[in-house]
Design a protein. Structure first.
Length: 141
């Protein structure tokens, strides 16, 4: 998991959120409260679909206007296979990691798992099962 995750607040402008994505070369910015508790996520997709394609004046929008609030997070001790299953069920590539009080610890991305799977055959199998379930091409057969 990536631990040093840069975050934004609900009242952050979309320009600030987009700049964080650019600076950190990432596609997601967690939105936290003053105590560091996770409130939601703004993804590059949220920016594209909810902000820019939404027909509203983008300069007046804040993170709270476009963030995804219906998210699932995992605890640091969650088994990696549980995280993979969650990603497959929710069709997401990133899952926040929080403490029991919802304070953000980090984010685990599919790329993090894939790099570890190089040494773990069981993880390779789990990733393959998820990929085959989600694949557009596999549904055409």
């Amino acid at each position: 998991m990536t631990r040093a995750v840069r975050t934004a607040r609900r009242d952050s402008t979309l320009r600030e959120v987009a700049q964080l994505m650019k600076d950190e070369d990432c596609g997601v910015v967690p939105i936290v409260d003053g105590e560091g508790r996770l409130l939601g996520l703004v993804t590059d997709r949220d920016l594209a679909l909810r902000a820019f394609a939404g027909g509203r004046a983008v300069d007046g929008l804040r993170a709270a206007d476009v963030m995804t609030e219906d998210i699932e997070a995992v605890l640091p001790e969650e088994a990696l296979h549980g995280v993979i299953d969650l990603m497959g069920r929710r069709q997401v590539r990133r899952v926040p990691v929080v403490e029991p009080d919802d304070r953000l610890v980090g984010i685990i991305a599919l790329g993090d798992i894939a790099s570890r799977a190089d040494q773990d055959e069981e993880l390779q199998d789990a990733l393959e099962r998820i990929s085959s379930r989600r694949s557009f091409w596999s549904r055409l057969r």
